[in-house]
Design a protein around this ligand. Structure first.
Ligand SMILES: [Fe+2]
Length: 106
């Protein structure tokens, strides 16, 4: 499970963001959506890694096949970039208004 952005797992979130959860009940609902993104991100990163490793192996035995696979890797990197950009934006839109509205500080 990815823990690179808000670092959320269902098991741990109450300990990580108790002030946000207590300040606005909509925060926990938003976390459900963000957590699904984390699971999706794990899958696309795993696919990216698998294809990248295959290309590294192919380049030694079949450079043309490696070049064909490189397009998949490029497509995968674009999908990852789009998912992460949207996810980080969603995280900000979820957390920042609650922090500002309730004057919460770290
Ligand atoms: Fe996140």
């Amino acid at each position: 499970m990815s823990e690179t952005c808000m670092g959320i797992t269902l098991r741990r979130r109450g300990r990580i963001f108790p002030e946000l959860s207590a300040a606005d009940p909509r925060f926990d609902l938003g976390l459900e959506i963000l957590e699904k993104d984390h699971q999706d991100l794990d899958q696309v990163l795993d696919r990216f890694s698998t294809v990248a490793n295959r290309i590294i192996q192919l380049i030694q035995i079949d450079e043309a096949a490696a070049r064909d696979e490189a397009q998949q890797l490029h497509d995968s990197s674009q999908a990852i970039q789009a998912l992460v950009a949207r996810h980080l934006s969603d995280e900000e839109e979820l957390a920042v208004p609650i922090i500002i509205r309730h004057k919460l500080r770290g």
